[in-house]
Design a protein around this ligand. Structure first.
Ligand SMILES: *Cc1c(COP(=O)(O)O)cnc(C)c1O
Length: 388
């Protein structure tokens, strides 16, 4: 049985008619940049993320970049980020000649550990970018408290977390000063190429983000500030407008799939005791424990990724590949050990939790169209490998 990591063709099949119609309609209108499709998306997603303003941009990376530009990050400024995330979180900081300052992760949520923030704040610290990794919110209360105390801006990297709720029900992207989203095809809401979104509740920041999106010109061809081409294509917005009404049901399926994994792992005697993280047992897996799961919280975790931890991760991955089960390592090298950041002076051992996550985590297929049989087969295959 083949189990791909992600099957976007399966999703397309379920909405083909509407997508095709939307694509043709953009072709016929030839309104290819921004325009009514982008405005509809912005208005729907502002509501969905509980934000006053939403601004479509060219990618999730550009969402982060334009956010940092809008808050005026300059060369020499310091921006605190988790050392364990997708590269874009760090890359955008360095591209503005600012300095990324890394912080270790929390061992349960994989997200930035807020108890380790304070030690990294100094007079050059201008922003914090918490990442809501895999679809679960970082612990925002202590982060906002520290940020407010020091007058630091908070930019949420919500690229993997559209719709995800913090423990008090607030939505990802509505808690900090600016929220950044990605519509890369593998995200829960993905387009047919690159696309992104920034959100904010601050009117003047929204204005600045809109200006920055079009090279900083307002009115057109008159520039008080320097922005970039961060525009979203109409064709991507049209795809997203067709997909958006399905987002909640797709998320529900991802959550069901996660629960099925837990059930099968437990039935096979493989699941490590809940919350217990130190494990010597080579035959067990550590399941991703949703941190904020409560009865009244629908989107405690939106499972953009389902990441387990296991010893012998690389061997297991090889075995799964041989059995035609798709997996991925998010992410094999934390930022502080990346070659391009060598001049920042970090070394192995500086952030042990992140290094541990990088060494033993593996993402299993979790996409909505996955069948129960595929999940059961995946767990069985893991079980056979671990018990051999
Ligand atoms: C996907 C992603 C991004 C970048 O989004 P793109 O649309 O691919 O540019 C940034 N941060 C995180 C955590 C991501 O997962």
């Amino acid at each position: 049985m083949k189990v791909p990591l992600l099957d976007l063709k399966a999703q397309y099949k379920t909405i083909k008619e509407d997508i095709d119609k939307a694509l043709i309609s953009v072709a016929e209108s030839q309104g290819c940049i921004l325009g009514p499709e982008v405005e509809k998306l912005e208005s729907d997603l502002a509501k969905y993320t509980d934000c006053k303003y939403a601004i479509g941009v060219s990618s999730g990376t550009d969402a982060l970049l334009v956010a940092l530009m809008a808050i005026g990050i300059k060369p020499g400024d310091e921006v605190i980020i988790p050392t364990y995330s997708f590269f874009a979180t760090a890359g955008v900081v360095s591209r503005l000649n600012a300095k990324p300052v890394f912080v270790d992760s929390d061992p349960i949520s994989f997200n930035i550990d807020p108890t380790k923030l304070k030690a990294h704040i100094n007079k050059n610290t201008k922003a914090i970018i918490p990442v809501h990794l895999y679809g679960q919110c970082a612990d925002m209360d202590p982060i906002m408290e520290i940020a407010n105390e020091h007058g630091i801006m908070v930019i949420e990297d919500a690229a993997q977390a559209i719709g995800s709720q913090y423990k008090d029900g607030r939505k990802a992207g509505s808690i900090g000063h600016i929220g950044c989203f990605s519509f890369y095809p593998s995200k829960n809401l993905g387009c047919f190429g690159d696309g992104g979104l920034v959100t904010t509740n601050d009117e003047s920041l929204a204005g600045m983000l809109r200006i920055m999106r079009v090279h900083g010109g307002k009115p057109k061809y008159y520039h008080k500030v320097i922005g970039g081409n961060f525009r979203l294509d109409a064709i991507q917005a049209a795809v997203l407008n067709v997909k958006f009404p399905h987002l909640d049901s797709w998320t529900a399926k991802r959550q069901e799939n996660a629960e099925l994994y837990t059930k099968f792992f437990k039935e096979n005697g493989l699941a490590e005791t809940e919350g217990k993280l130190e494990f010597d047992d080579k035959n067990k897996v550590l399941l991703p424990e949703p941190v904020y799961k409560k009865d009244n919280l629908k989107y405690y975790h939106i499972y953009n990724q389902y990441v387990i931890r296991v010893q012998n991760r690389d061997e297991l991955r090889k075995n799964l590949t041989e059995n035609e089960i798709g997996t991925e390592i998010y992410y094999p090298v934390p930022f502080h050990l990346q070659e391009c950041f060598a001049d920042l002076g970090y070394k192995k051992g500086d952030f042990p939790v992140s290094e541990w996550c990088a060494a033993d985590s593996i993402a299993l297929p979790i996409y909505p169209e996955l069948t129960n049989e595929q999940i059961e087969f995946t767990v069985k295959t893991i079980s056979n490998f671990l018990n051999k």
